[in-house]
Design a protein around this ligand. Structure first.
Ligand code: ZN
Length: 166
């Protein structure tokens, strides 16, 4: 197990289409373990293989409901909609409002190639959508409704408050 280097926006590898995993071997298990370690070390809730420079369809997610290692994940069904803040370990220091489905059903494989069927909701569904986008070279900044600037948000709130006072 090891911490891998997380690559950042501007690196071409984040913009590539990732290839499916065909071999469920020891290397894959090491990659998944390293990705989990790297995600926890960075205080993230998800990490996709291209973020550590590996162009394969592999993600790890842990939003507080346990660690999920998903190989060749595919979204098979979505329901509803949610808008909320999102950030990315490959886009440090920024965040934005992104609209995603509220419920996401995923078919994938585990590290041994066994089928996994997962129904996720809320923040978990958001994390799944975000990580799976990485496998197609998509970053949340490509589809965010707007960027969040902490100062700006605060000022807007103040202005609204002042208007209410008048
Ligand atoms: Zn990300």
């Amino acid at each position: 197990m090891a911490i891998r280097k997380i690559i950042e926006i501007g690196d071409d590898k984040l913009r590539k289409q990732c290839k499916p995993v065909e071999k469920f071997d020891k290397r894959l298990k090491i990659l998944l373990d390293d990705m989990a370690d790297t995600m926890y070390e960075a205080n993230g809730v998800g990490l996709a293989a291209p973020q550590v420079g590996i162009l394969r369809r592999v993600v790890v997610v842990d939003v507080g409901e346990g660690l999920f290692k998903l190989v060749n994940p595919v979204i098979v069904e979505t329901e509803g909609e949610q808008s909320g803040p999102e950030g990315c370990l490959s886009v440090p220091g920024r965040s934005g409002i992104v609209t995603r489905p509220m419920i996401v059903t995923v078919d994938a494989q585990d590290e041994n190639g066994e089928p996994v069927h997962l129904r996720t909701e809320g923040f978990f569904a958001r994390a799944i959508c975000h990580e799976l986008d990485h496998l197609d070279g998509v970053l949340y900044v490509d589809k965010m409704d707007r960027e969040i600037f902490d100062d700006e948000e605060y000022e807007e709130y103040d202005e609204e408050y002042e208007e209410d006072e008048e």
